[in-house]
Design a protein around this ligand. Structure first.
Ligand SMILES: Nc1ncnc2c1ncn2[C@@H]1O[C@H](COP(=O)(O)OP(=O)(O)OP(=O)(O)O)[C@@H](O)[C@H]1O
Ligand SMILES: [Mg+2]
Length: 343
């Protein structure tokens, strides 16, 4: 059973982890660049790539040391090769190739989005597809029907996705508008906990229309509600705006996820991606799954955010069946989720 070093550098986290059998986490090191990008209110690609270059060696070494292992004991090295920022991805892929060549071990190229969904199997030994997955991150909002292929790898059918902004992007934009820090998701989550989710009622876009999502109108509705009340001399408390925004976003996410599971006959629901760390999303999904008689699994909060454990976990089955990448594998900034066909 494989012992795999995972490497993740697709955006603004430099991460490495050693995972055994896809579930046993021997080490996980995540170095976040949030402080580098915070002054700009978003990720600056050139700064991200440079910061990865500065940290990658230390992060990989720390992961091996913390796992009490060496490259010689590894069965494979796995790396995110897309989607993500080209310059950032290049750093991880180059580092992984270096380890592969230096240690004489094979390389597995991992899709970052599939890796996010695989985080669910790390924390929950019992979890295996089929399941409906809600992937909500900084760059993506997707409903996926996840099944196991004949070779044991997971397959993903695209049930629905955002037609405009990703959920995380909406959190970050609304946070910036409210003058909160970057990344905005955790800030809104914390502020919303102190507010009244019903004080500012915002639209639930496309709630009863299929499985696609739209979040750009919600952000505009927040801006308009705040400006209208400011102009009327009755400014809205930011905590109520945050709570109202979060309630509107989460209602639609949870509704469509539960509906997809019911209509596609799936008994289990999972969530993945940075926004899956959101406290309201986690609580509401659990209670609505309970009410609908569905089982659910959620990664722990650290495994929702970008990390390398999920990369190593995602590479476990491909490594077992020998699905390795060639050493000239490139980065794929716009990589789609594998086999995702619209259904
Ligand atoms: N508690 C939270 N509530 C809501 N959003 C959150 C929370 N924690 C993090 N986020 C959001 O998650 C996003 C980051 O997630 P992630 O790191 O998975 O995205 P990414 O890797 O940049 O994008 P992708 O995975 O689509 O390539 C940010 O938009 C951040 O604001
Ligand atoms: Mg991510």
């Amino acid at each position: 059973m494989p012992l795999i070093l995972g490497i993740e550098t697709s955006c603004d986290e430099t991460a490495a982890a050693v995972v055994e059998d896809g579930r046993l986490v021997r080490s996980s090191i995540v170095w976040s660049q949030h402080e580098t990008h915070a002054p700009f209110g978003g990720v600056v690609p050139e700064l991200a790539a440079r910061a990865h270059v500065e940290r990658i060696d230390t992060v990989v070494t720390d992961a091996l040391v913390a796992a009490d292992t060496t490259v010689r004991e590894l069965d494979a090295v796995a790396v995110t090769h897309g989607p993500g920022l080209a310059g950032a991805l290049l750093v991880g892929v180059a580092a992984a190739k270096g380890v592969a060549v230096g240690a004489g071990i094979p390389l597995v190229a991992v899709n970052h989005l599939e890796a996010h969904v695989h985080a669910n199997a790390v924390d929950d030994d019992a979890f295996a597809p089929p399941a409906i997955a809600l992937l909500v991150s900084g760059g993506h909002t997707m409903l996926l029907d996840v099944t196991v292929a004949a070779d044991g790898t997971w397959e993903f059918d695209l049930v629905g996705q955002s037609v405009d902004d990703a959920a995380g992007e909406a959190y970050d934009k609304v946070a910036r508008f409210l003058g909160l820090g970057y990344p905005g998701g955790p800030e809104i989550d914390a502020l919303a906990a102190t507010g009244d989710p019903e004080a500012v009622v915002l639209p639930r876009a496309m709630r009863n229309q299929g499985y696609d999502f739209s979040f750009s109108g919600l952000k505009t509705a927040v801006v308009q509600a705040v400006r209208r009340s400011d102009a009327a001399g009755t400014p809205l408390p930011p905590r109520d705006v945050a709570a109202g925004f979060q309630a509107a976003a989460v209602d639609v996410l949870v509704d469509k996820t539960v509906k997809a599971a019911r209509e596609r006959g799936r008994e289990t629901v999972v969530i993945a991606g940075g926004v899956a760390a959101n406290s309201r999303l986690r609580a509401q999904l659990a209670s609505e799954c309970e009410a609908a008689g569905l089982a659910w699994t959620m990664p722990s909060v650290p495994l929702c955010q970008d990390n390398a454990v999920m990369v190593a976990a995602c590479a476990d089955r491909p490594a077992e069946i020998g699905r390795f990448a060639s050493l000239d594998v490139g980065v794929e900034p716009s990589l789609a989720i594998a086999k995702a066909k619209r259904i």
